[in-house]
Design a protein around this ligand. Sequence first.
Ligand code: CS2
Length: 491
Amino acid sequence: MPAPQLSLATLGSVPTAARPAYDPRDLRIGLVHLGAGAFFRAHQACYTHAVAAAGDSNWGIMATSQRSPEVADQLSAQDGLYSVLERPTRGAPKIDVVGVIRRTACAAREPEDIVAALADPAVHVVTLTVTEKGYRAVGGRLHVDSDVEADLLGRPPATVVGQLVRGLQRRAAAGAGPITLISCDNLSDNGTILRQLVRDFAERLTGPGTDILQDFIERHTTFPSTMVDRIVPATADSDRAEVQRLLSGVRDDAAVVAEPFSQWVIADEFGGPRPSWEAAGAILTTDVAGYERVKLRLLNATHSLIAYLGALAGYRTIAEALADARIEQAARQLIDDDQLPTIVAPDGLDLIDYRESVLDRFANPALGHRTAQVAMDGSQKLPQRVLSAVRERRAHGVVPSMAALLVAAWMRFLIGRDDNGDALQVSDPMAERLTPMLTRAAPDRDVVREVFAVHEIFGADLADDTDLMDAVAYWFDALRRHGVEQTLKGA
Ligand code: CS2
């Protein structure tokens, strides 16, 4: 007999301790989320779950996936229910069924539903986890590619910014009240960037109602910046099997895995009502930029370095890579020598404790977080994780050596073979453009110069920085010729 699948009908069969402390049917939709992947389910949705458990039934979520109908369909087959499997470094995992997702849609299939939901007077907040590339930003401005162009011409919107602006347009016309749009992606100053992109799109629209829209964006829409933090590896079959065991035999196709740690810092700039996320530990503050910078430069940059070096050296997971003393040493050096000097700690945050807690979290072997997962989309991640700090060091005349190693390791990774010659899983929206540059037979300095000329990643300033390019070329050559182990031995 096939195992029963998680749904409202089978919820009674899962252990009481795992069930939500509220009846999901009682929740009204007050929130729309774009990008219903694992990170959202293990992060923002958990904060809203705690708000519902505290008795506030105004924040049911309409969760929308951008391209993948499977995500929306999987969740809707389970009445929006899914579980979060929390895996500590040691000891037993913990499981919770979350019931705050009350509706689902896929933007590629039901774009109209999203636009309509944004105009619903009961909806007050929109959150987004659409990954760095989902914003289509270059240098903080909207990159008007053919998809954005088509959205501007008025088709049902296929881009994230298109969906938001068409929704705001409908909301403005309907007089549905103020709204708050919250980017929860790892971009620095994500709220300011989102506002700029929304403005860029809206300013290109012509025709009746465009001044009403622009006025609505300026006066009734807010864009708080946020810092989000929780390690969420892709769910593996073995995780689903464990979930089924912990749910007393009930199968969950939408389960997600996460570490116990979770942090959410949000700028307190809401246009209308909001869930009391602080009851679940979120920090509402005026200094998000400080936290964002710490997180992107210390956690994410180091994560990327471990991922590229680890993948090249043949390690499957972040924890395995970090257990290699040379890789750990490089990670510590990146933090101490190159990134920490660019950081002013937000009040009350001890940066040394922060560094140690980050390395401890990375070392959690129970997560099985793959190096290939963190290595994805490097062209979109490196600018805010490392290149912004590089610029600051260069302004002080310093060539940050470990940051140069990170850039070189990313380039070496894009070649697509590890140090043993085995194929790597490369996934990057710019790979098609970059890989041919990296694989051509040419001196390392020329290869690095050509890659640095890609302004979308390096800007115009770094493209002229010969000392920095020399440092990157040195590491790139060493990694190519000697591999990670030998290169780090000499570091
Ligand atoms: C990681 C992040 O995949 C990546 O690039 O660095 O997803 C990281 O796990 C999270 O930002 C942690 O909050």
